[in-house]
Design a protein around this ligand. Structure first.
Ligand SMILES: [Zn+2]
Length: 310
């Protein structure tokens, strides 16, 4: 597909240099004509986005700059993700990231010889001309992993817009900032806050309803994005009967598994059916992700009032 919707966005003069990609095979800089978030922001200028749900409370592990509030970073990530989707003409879920890449003028090719799931490169044809962005994708059989891998590489490609919007010099950010920005963008391309939050509230955070609407996102990604939304929650993920992940979106460590959470998990694990339990002010939802040879359960524990210890 062509990229007729692409438009030229001037980058901020004070927005810092363009970060280098992992795999600029020809050593040139990334595409400066990437469809990006409109408007320029001077360093220190307050960023305001209307009608954007800002995910504030999540463990936003982007170490961009100590002067930036997590809300500002989340708003910039949300704005860039929405702009990337909008510029590709995608306005509702599920987001097909391969289609998204192509609409943005990024070629996607399968390359089984490469070590990772995907790689972002810039290819130059034999005849001289501008290098073209491309994503080399391994033959990953799981569709959600393919979408995630491509979404991450689109995130790599668009990361400079987030730096630019926040007026952060990439060289002054933490070493892993660009990689983290790419992953955060990937999550927001598959589950954009502006769509995901109202949908999640409407279905009362029902994982299975969300999964059917956002089919290209994995259950785990949906669970992790729940941590980036405002209601105070703990997400627990069990694989083959073992607790593998447990995290709260409030400061500090998540409380240990309670007896009622254990009971809920056991019922989901054994019956293979979604369950819901109540424990004081807390609501515990559990869902099975059971496949041939793989048994995962996801628990979401929400406190009724903000500030209640979860
Ligand atoms: Zn990466």
């Amino acid at each position: 597909m062509g990229c007729s919707r692409r438009r030229n966005i001037p980058l901020c003069s004070g927005g810092g240099s363009i970060p280098k990609t992992d795999a600029e095979v020809n050593g040139d800089s990334p595409d400066r004509n990437w469809p990006g978030a409109g408007g320029c922001h001077r360093p220190g200028e307050m960023i305001k986005y209307t009608n954007v749900h800002i995910s504030v409370a999540g463990p936003l592990e982007v170490h961009m700059s100590p002067e930036l509030a997590p809300e500002e970073i989340a708003a910039a990530l949300d704005a860039v993700a929405m702009d990337v989707l909008g510029s590709a003409g995608i306005h509702s879920p599920p987001v097909d990231c391969l289609q998204l890449a192509r609409a943005l003028g990024i070629a996607v090719a399968v390359d089984d010889s490469q070590p990772g799931r995907a790689r972002y490169v810039r290819l130059r044809s034999r005849r001289s001309g501008p290098a073209k962005p491309a994503i080399l994708l391994s033959g990953e059989p799981r569709a959600e992993r393919r979408h995630w891998a491509v979404a991450h590489e689109i995130g790599e490609h668009a990361a400079h817009l987030v730096f630019s919007l926040l007026a952060v010099e990439p060289c002054q950010a933490a070493r892993n900032a660009r990689e983290t920005v790419a992953s955060q963008l990937a999550g927001r391309l598959l589950l954009p806050t502006r769509w995901f939050l109202p949908d999640a509230e409407q279905c009362r955070w029902d994982m299975l309803a969300l999964k059917s609407r956002y089919a290209t996102a994995s259950h785990e990604l949906i669970a992790r994005r729940m941590l980036e939304c405002a209601p105070p929650v703990i997400i627990s993920i069990f694989d083959h009967g073992e607790l593998r992940f447990r995290r709260s979106n409030l400061a500090g460590r998540a409380a240990p598994l309670s007896a009622v959470e254990m009971e809920c998990w056991r019922a989901v694990h054994t019956l293979g059916l979604a369950q819901q339990e109540w424990e004081g002010t807390r609501t515990i939802q559990g869902w099975p992700v059971h496949e041939e040879g793989w048994k995962r359960e996801i628990l979401r524990t929400e406190a009724a009032e903000f500030g209640v210890d979860v």
